[in-house]
Design a protein around this ligand. Structure first.
Ligand code: FAD
Ligand code: DHB
Length: 394
């Protein structure tokens, strides 16, 4: 079946979904294809922290009704190390900036509901996706829909929003991309637990046994993470072992970690990856398709949203005879990408125990942590990076 659209979007994660909405507000039509089912996309447990700029973007796009009602505004985080838990006060250090705890699952649900209500073309559970003719002004998107019909969509541009393992980045001829990559020798085991959080704000804990993070999803649901070994088998972590290890790493006299039924359990590898440029001809990459950060700085989701905030006006320009914003798209995004890549690497290496690390490395981490909580300059640096920098305006 041959059809036509202005922008073909590959991937129905936060980047692809928000892009289709931002384009629709500019009167630009798109077809979005996603290999997973709607239910799968809405249930996939991932990030939970939105920067101020991401909240403002969603609000300006008319997508923040539920976010404004249910998002939990946090004015800081705790850093725990060496038997102490110290607060970093974002509001005070940055002139009022905050972050909002609102799960990626909810962002995705809100976006899908809105696109469907607006009559957007979203195709879930597709197979055999392909992109072609990227260096012409009529690139093509091909896929088979859930009913088994093959489609060929002629586009003006294609947005590769298909995550790290997608097909768009590999469709760029070898030799035209430069990639920078770092794997970390550990992973995160994440749980969602049916228990009220034991903390009012997130706790990032450095411990002899490894890093731990206490986050939350609502006043009744906790989200917690433990550093585990690279390639760890989840079967090695029955619920009792997870709770015992979390209690050990967060342990402080007079404070108790509340425990409850575990609703979801998964292991996430840790990687830094940047590939540039984020464009080849009429293919534009956005979000995890172009870059990955380790989750310690809570940046992945925010970067995906920031990319498409730049991409929507760039595509609008391209489709209406102004090539300049599209020409600048990659360089504009990469500045933020590299800042977040550095911050995420810094938080990760300061807080995790590297297998084989000696006592010297541990002492250097502790010194960095003490400095971060005791120097206003160092604390401000963490606070402004964590809460994020203003979004590039159209
Ligand atoms: P994605 O959300 O990955 O969306 C890409 C979409 O493309 C997916 O729905 C995928 O099914 C689809 N797709 C793939 N291939 C194709 C194809 N060929 N055709 C069509 N569709 C395709 N960040 C944090 O800040 N904190 C966290 O705790 C955190 N945890 C994470 C845990 C995991 C397991 C992962 C993978 C990521 C995590 N992240 C976290 C990162 C954050 O979730 C991502 O940065 C964010 O999802 C990026 O959004 P995206 O839209 O670019 O990509
Ligand atoms: C969450 C995830 C993160 O990676 C992080 O740094 C903070 C919070 C979360 O899932 O809530």
């Amino acid at each position: 079946m041959g059809t036509r659209t202005q922008v073909g979007i590959v991937g129905g994660g936060p980047a692809g979904l928000l892009l289709s909405h931002l384009l629709a507000r500019r009167g630009i039509d798109s077809v979005l294809i996603e290999i997973r089912s709607r239910e799968y996309c809405e249930a996939r447990q991932r990030a939970g922290v939105l920067e101020d700029g991401s909240v403002a973007l969603l609000r300006e796009a008319g997508l923040a009704d539920r976010l404004d009602r249910q998002g939990l505004v946090h004015g800081g985080i705790y850093l725990q190390f060496d038997g102490q838990r110290r607060h970093i006060d974002f509001r005070e250090l940055t002139g009022g900036r905050t972050v909002t705890v609102y799960a990626q699952t909810e962002v995705v649900k809100d976006l899908i509901a809105r696109r469907l209500a607006d009559g957007g073309a979203l195709e879930f559970s597709v197979t055999d996706t392909a992109v072609d003719d990227l260096d012409t002004d009529r690139p093509v998107l091909r896929y088979t829909d859930a009913a088994g019909n093959r489609h060929e969509v002629a586009c003006d541009a294609i947005a590769g929003c298909d995550g790290f393992h997608g097909i768009c980045r590999p469709a760029i001829p070898p030799g035209l991309l430069t990639a920078w990559e770092r794997d970390y020798p550990y992973a995160w085991l994440g749980i969602l637990a049916d228990v009220p959080p034991s903390t009012d704000e997130l706790i990032y804990a450095h411990h002899q046994n490894g890093f731990a993070l206490h986050s939350l999803r609502s006043p009744t649901i906790s989200r917690l993470y433990l550093q585990v070994e690279h390639n760890e088998d989840i079967a090695a972590w029955p619920d009792e072992r997870i709770w015992a290890e979390l209690a050990r790493r967060f342990g402080l006299p007079g404070w108790t970690l509340q425990q409850g039924p575990i609703l979801d359990k998964s292991i996430t590898p840790m990687r830094s990856f940047v590939s540039a440029p984020m464009r080849f001809g009429r293919l534009f990459l956005a979000g995890d398709a172009a870059h990955i950060v380790p989750p310690t700085g809570a940046k992945g989701l925010n970067l995906a949203l920031a990319d498409v905030a730049v991409l929507a006006p760039a595509l609008d320009g391209l489709l209406h005879g102004n090539d300049k914003p599209a020409a600048e798209y990659s360089a504009t995004c990469l500045q933020r990408v590299w800042r977040s890549t550095h911050f995420s690497w810094w938080m990760t290496t300061m807080l995790h125990r590297r297998p084989g690390a000696d006592e010297m490395e541990m002492q250097l981490q502790l010194s960095q942590l003490r400095y971060t909580v005791s120097s206003r300059a160092a604390a401000t640096s963490l606070a402004e990076n964590y809460t994020g920098f203003p979004l590039t305006k159209e």
